[in-house]
Design a protein around this ligand. Structure first.
Ligand code: 9D3
Length: 257
C-alpha cells in the first residue's frame, strides 16, 4: 500500500511511520508514505501557499496552483511505480465520518492520495477538479487535516496482512467479540488482588467455556449500557444468538426493578 500526502507539515507523519505497529509495518515494507509539501511547488520568492478569500471574511485560503502541481508530481511518481490506482481523499470537517469500513477498504487497496487542509479551507476549484472523496474524523474542530489522518492511517495499516504479530492477530479471531461489533470485556492480569479488590473468580477457574461465556456477557452488558446503537446494529447484522438475547433481556428486566 502506497500513501501519498499533500501537507504543509510533512513531519507530522513521523509517528505513524516510526512508532508502534504501523512503524514496524513500515520498516517491513508493508506500506510506504510519501509526504509532499505544496510549498515546494510554488514559484514566487515568498513560497506562498495561501491567500485572502475572495468576497472577504476571516482567515486565509489554500491556493489551488501549488496543490495542483504537487498532485501532478504525485501522479508521476505513482505511475513510475506501475500506475498504482488511487483516489484523492480530502480530509475535511464536512466529509464522511471515518469508520472501520473506510479502514478496511483502504487496507485492501493500493493506497490513496490524501490532501490535508490548513487555514480556513482550500480553493473550491481544487476540490471540484481533483478530489474524489472527503473524510472527517468526527464532530470536533482540529487545526488541520494532518491530526485526523494519523489515526486513519493507523487503523488501516494494522489491517495489512503481516502487520500484527501472532498474539495481536489472535484477537482478530472469530472467537473474539471484536468481530461481532461489540465493546470489549474487561481485562485483568497479576496480582490477583490489588488494594483489596480481587479479579473475577471465573477468570481464575480454568473453565474455558465459562470464561468465554462471562466475557461475552460482559461485552453485551457494557455495550448495551454505553452504546445501545451497536447492539441494534449487531442484531440487524444477525450477530446476536438466542443466548445473547437472553442475557440482554435479563439485564433489561433487572434495570426495570
Ligand atoms: C469556521 C468553519 N470551520 C469549519 C468547522 C472552519 C474550519 C475548521 C477547521 C476549517 C478547517 C478546519 C481544519 N480541520 C480539518 O481540516 C479537518 C477535520 C476537523 O477539523 N475535524 C474532524 N475531522 C477533520 S478532517 C480535516
Amino acid at each position: 500500500m502506497r500513501i501519498d500526502v499533500l501537507t504543509l507539515f510533512p513531519d507530522f507523519f513521523q509517528p505513524v511511520t516510526h512508532s508502534g505497529v504501523s512503524g514496524r509495518a513500515h520498516a517491513r515494507g508493508l506500506w510506504q508514505l510519501h509526504a509532499w509539501n505544496p510549498r515546494d511547488f510554488t514559484h514566487d520568492v515568498h513560497r506562498t501557499v495561501d491567500d485572502r478569500p475572495f468576497g472577504g471574511g476571516p482567515g486565509m485560503v489554500m491556493r489551488v496552483e501549488p496543490l495542483a502541481e504537487a498532485l501532478a508530481a504525485v501522479r508521476v511518481a505513482r505511475d513510475e511505480m506501475g500506475s498504482l490506482r488511487a483516489p484523492v481523499v480530502l480530509l475535511s470537517p464536512g466529509g464522511e465520518r471515518f469508520h472501520q469500513e473506510h479502514a478496511r477498504q483502504l487496507a485492501r487497496s493500493q493506497g490513496a492520495i490524501f490532501v490535508c487542509g490548513r487555514y480556513e479551507g482550500i480553493d473550491q476549484r481544487f476540490i471540484d477538479r481533483h478530489v474524489d472523496e472527503e473524510w472527517s474524523l468526527g464532530d470536533f474542530v482540529l487545526s488541520g487535516g494532518e491530526a485526523a489522518l494519523l489515526p486513519m492511517l493507523d487503523a488501516a495499516v494494522r489491517l495489512l496482512p503481516g502487520a500484527l504479530n501472532h498474539t495481536q492477530s489472535a484477537a482478530q479471531d472469530s472467537f473474539d467479540s471484536s468481530l461481532s461489533g461489540l465493546l470489549d470485556s474487561p481485562h485483568y492480569t497479576r496480582p490477583e488482588t490489588h488494594d483489596g479488590e480481587a479479579v473475577p473468580a471465573v477468570l481464575l477457574s480454568g473453565h474455558h467455556g465459562q470464561i468465554a461465556r462471562w466475557r461475552r456477557e460482559q461485552s453485551l452488558l457494557i455495550t448495551q449500557q454505553r452504546r445501545p446503537d451497536l447492539i441494534e446494529r449487531a442484531r440487524e447484522q444477525g450477530w446476536l444468538n438466542e443466548y445473547d438475547e437472553e442475557v440482554l433481556a435479563r439485564a433489561r428486566r433487572a434495570a426495570e426493578t
